[in-house]
Design a protein around this ligand. Structure first.
Ligand code: M6R
Length: 579
């Protein structure tokens, strides 16, 4: 969702802020802007993408600037609604990530006192509230007005005649970076890597003044010490490195991601939180939910422990059972629905664990325990390598809880990923690219994979796709089957194979174009399928990983054939920080 970036230091700030905003583009946005502090305060903002709109900053020499990429919530995407927002006199500029829930009443109050509003946003009230404290300095003014704000925010503020940037955080992510004779701030670490690997994660309620050599932080009126952490991601990891898209790069990284995650997990003693579990409730969204559902099948099958996977946004309407360990699964560690679910579990006195990819993310501070998935920075909106890293963690949990039943297959799992990457999917892409709607079907652990295949396909190709338990198709969706609705069926050599074959025969009889992912040597599958995509490996780990990669590549190649904007699909954000 929205991204913020700020720089204050010895260099010309505007180009650095534009570069920082480019690093945040992956979060999803519809407009952007920046404010540069010079002898005066210069603000420029625009609807559209940074690469097309080219901000005219060549004459801006100021060494302090803030910028924003906006994903519209209050007010349509437009030049006026883009951030930064200013007060009536244009002497204070604000960028904001989050939602000010009481903005309507604040706006009425401020209008009543003669303020003039230019935008429809919730954010603009902040600039006008600060204006009312213009007798003091910016830091004092920001600290004075924060108690008036209800909702969530990460804010950067600058003001004419005031040195540095004031930052504040409540419920929305904000990371500070300590660089060489500069201080930087951003919504996430990936945007800071060009400047530094030394970062400070602000806590909710923190206010900071950014000035080189480092920020000063206050909490509840007192000075606060926050640890400086070293980020182990490299700047090269957030570069494209010759690939056409981050999604493709991240798909190709999965072999090493799987091995790295597995190696790191087995290198340490089994965490205490995973010992003697009587039940697990997993809470997650999107791709992380699909991985969690797969965990449900795996752990129940191999360990006999009851597991339920819950959509995090629905968890608020459920009561966590017994003394389940509640596990939040979230690549970003910032997904609002997952954070709320974890908070609810804590309120009900459940032990909580988060499985996340981002060191220092909010989820790691909400949950009692953390397991890192070590996928490295994931830039494409479509989650790929984080899914595989989540699977690595779940295979590991199933293995340790079952006394090592999966160990050998896990250690060779990366080979199936490598083999799947070599498949030519053109015949399948030719079928999918002209489809009006696509069904993905599977049984057992391959049902969550069908959900994931459909999610990938719809989010980056914009073709309607549905994932279904194969046996469920005849209970309604059969009515939709036609030569315009291809079916992608996952048919590994598993317990479900005979039932899957019956299901796909039934679908084929309704005239669907049929893409089967299964044993490439099977004459039976060859006879039924229009396209048979060979699935590498024979054990459950290889079949799951191989299917995953094939489904990701099918979506990617179809989106490529359709000329879609693959890394930043329309209307989507990488990390969804509102409920
Ligand atoms: O960061 P999280 O894992 O919590 O994100 C959850 C979903 O928003 C995310 O997986 C989303 O579904 C992906 N864009 C799908 O590719």
């Amino acid at each position: 969702m929205c991204g913020i970036f700020g720089y204050t230091g010895e260099k010309k700030a505007a180009p650095l802020v534009i570069d920082g905003l480019k690093r945040l583009e992956y979060r999803g946005y519809d407009s952007f802007g920046l404010a540069v502090l010079d002898s005066d305060l210069w603000v420029w903002k625009k609807k559209g993408k940074i690469s097309r709109e080219k901000p005219p900053v060549s004459r801006r020499k100021g060494r302090t600037a803030i910028g924003h990429t906006r994903w519209a919530t209050h007010g349509e995407p437009s030049d006026t609604n883009a951030h930064p927002h200013t007060d009536c006199r244009g002497s204070v500029a604000i960028v904001h990530n989050g939602i000010i829930e009481n903005y309507a009443s604040l706006r009425q109050e401020l209008l009543g006192r003669g303020h003039t509003f230019r935008s429809e946003t919730d954010t603009e009230v902040i600039a006008h509230l600060i204006e009312e404290h213009s007798g003091g300095d910016l830091l004092t003014a920001v600290r004075a007005i924060l108690p008036r704000l209800e909702g969530s925010y990460a804010i950067l503020a600058v003001a004419e005649g005031y040195e540095g940037i004031v930052a504040a955080r409540q419920g929305s992510p904000l990371v500070l970076g300590i660089a060489d004779r500069a201080c930087v701030a951003a919504s996430d670490v990936t945007a800071l890597l060009d400047h530094t690997d030394r970062v400070i994660y602000l806590e909710d309620g923190d206010v900071a003044l950014l000035l080189p050599p480092g920020p000063t932080i206050w909490h509840g009126g007192k000075r606060a010490d926050r640890p400086v952490r070293k980020v182990d991601w490299e700047v090269e990891e957030v570069r494209l490195g010759g690939f056409a898209h981050y999604m493709l790069k991240e798909i190709y990284e999965q072999q090493s991601v799987f091995s790295t995650t597995v190696r790191a997990l087995y290198a340490e003693p089994v965490p205490d939180v995973l010992k003697d579990i009587s039940g697990i409730t997993l809470v997650a969204c999107g791709t992380s939910y699909n991985a969690s559902l797969l965990c449900q099948y795996l752990v129940e099958e191999y360990c006999g422990i009851p597991v339920r996977a819950e959509i995090a946004s629905e968890f608020r309407y459920r009561t966590p059972p017994g003394d389940d360990l509640v596990v939040g699964v979230t690549q970003s560690g910032e997904t609002a629905d997952t954070l709320s679910a974890l908070k609810k579990a804590r309120m009900h006195n459940h032990a909580t664990l988060v499985i996340t990819n981002v060191l220092g993310s909010t989820a790691t501070r909400v949950a009692d325990h953390t397991l890192y998935m070590r996928a490295g920075p994931e830039i494409s909106v479509a989650a790929t390598k984080s899914f595989v890293a989540e699977l690595a963690v779940f295979f590991y949990i199933a293995d340790v809880a079952s006394g090592g039943r999966l160990r050998q297959s896990i250690l060779s799992g990366h080979e199936a990923i490598g083999e799947a990457l070599l498949e030519d999917l053109s015949p399948a892409v030719d079928i999918c690219k002209d489809a009006g709607s696509i069904f993905f079907v599977g049984r057992g652990p391959f049902f969550p994979l069908a959900l994931e295949g459909a999610l990938k396909m719809k989010e980056i190709t914009y073709i309607h796709a549905e994932g279904y338990a194969a046996g469920e198709i005849k209970h309604g969706p059969f009515a939709l089957l036609s030569p315009m609705t291809p079916v992608v069926a996952l048919c590994p050599q598993a317990e479900s194979y005979p039932a899957m074959v019956s299901n796909i025969r039934e679908m084929k009889a309704r005239g669907v174009p049929l893409i089967v992912i299964g044993d490439g040597k099977s004459q039976e599958l060859r006879d039924i399928a229009d396209v048979l995509v060979p699935l590498p490996g024979e054990d459950i780990v290889s079949a799951v990983l191989g299917s995953t990669v094939l489904l990701q590549l099918l979506a990617y190649r179809t989106a490529e054939a359709l000329g879609r904007e693959i890394d930043q699909p329309r209307n989507l954000a990488k990390s969804v920080t509102v409920e």
